[in-house]
Design a protein around this ligand. Structure first.
Ligand SMILES: [Zn+2]
Length: 317
């Protein structure tokens, strides 16, 4: 598929004035051109890079993160990028490998993308066996959905700050200041998230795909299972029967699922288990979305899922 996209991309590039398109930059613009895989990373690059960066993002915000559909415009933006930022941990391995090569971006091919997930200290669900009889596990190195952990903003922000300082040492102090200001705002939101976690601690949940493990883990929510027998393998009738029986036995009242999942499967399972299916986002929305607002929405969504309410206090930022 990438080959046919490349042909289209070359046509688009050939027909447009260099750097003058909405995907490019005008002459004299010396900002660092950054392409990110998910909107969360685009937002964090903007926070840290400020007016030194111009950021584009591939995913829109509602896709299955393991199979985002590439378009010619993604090759055009990647062709012009100075830096490519992804989560890594095999999250994007179904659609990112080959993108810089297909876009013929020799700088990114030479220096490699920035994998912000590398060294993530809280990796969970690392497979202990490579049993492929039930299908291929698309979380081969552990759970890669780290953007739902409250520590992600700061962790990713520091990785991005370090790379931007290497690329533009003259602006090192600015990147440090931007990150410090961002981490201060994260800390304010974090106080509210921590209060929500106190209310949620001890609840039990089932997920469709294991996308909420970091969010639930950070909130003390016990994960009883997933509708997928293993990540990326669609639910089977026998597995669903086993899971819903277990949910009834353990009093699990909530099934979490992402916007891309077949909601009917989650709803049918919820009905059989006397529970409810709750859709939550799995990344920030691309147009105007921020990682902080996304995390606020997730925490409020968890509260609503269990019918809980937080006594509000003033939160700035
Ligand atoms: Zn996944």
């Amino acid at each position: 598929m990438i080959r046919s996209l490349l042909v289209l991309a070359i046509l688009l590039l050939g027909g447009a004035p260099a750097w003058g398109t909405p995907e490019g930059r005008v002459e004299g613009d010396d900002r660092i051109m950054v392409v990110t895989t998910i909107p969360d990373l685009a937002d964090i690059v903007r926070e840290v890079g400020g007016d030194e960066v111009e950021v584009r993002c591939v995913a829109k915000g509602r896709e299955n993160l393991h199979s985002v559909r590439l378009r010619p415009s993604h090759l055009v933006m990647t062709a012009r990028a100075d830096l490519f930022v992804q989560v890594g941990l095999a999250l994007e391995h179904g659609w990112v490998p080959g993108l810089p090569e297909s876009a013929r971006n020799s700088k990114i091919m030479r220096e490699g993308p920035l994998n912000v997930g590398t060294g993530w200290p809280k990796l969970v669900e690392i497979p202990t066996t490579l049993d492929r009889r039930t299908g291929v596990d698309i979380h081969p190195v552990g759970n890669p959905h780290v953007n739902l952990h409250p520590d992600f903003g700061s962790f990713a922000g520091r990785k991005i700050r370090d790379r931007l300082k290497e690329m533009r040492p003259s602006q090192a102090a600015k990147f440090d200041r931007n990150l410090a200001a961002y981490e201060e705002r994260i800390a304010k939101h974090r106080k509210r998230w921590d209060r929500i976690a106190e209310l949620l601690k001890g609840q039990k949940v089932v997920q469709y795909h294991k996308e909420y493990s970091y969010l639930c883990g950070a909130n003390g929510i016990l994960m009883v299972g997933a509708l997928e027998p293993q990540p990326g393998v669609p639910p089977t009738p026998s597995h669903l029967a086993r899971i819903t029986k277990g949910m009834r036995a353990q009093g699990v009242t909530v099934i979490l699922h992402g916007p891309w999942t077949p909601g009917r499967v989650a709803q049918d399972a919820a009905k059989r288990a006397n529970a409810k299916a709750v859709e939550l986002p799995i990344m920030a929305p691309r147009d105007g979305g921020t990682w902080l607002a996304f995390m606020d929405e997730l925490h409020d969504g968890l509260l609503a899922a269990w019918g809980l309410e937080l006594e509000e206090r003033q939160v700035d930022g």
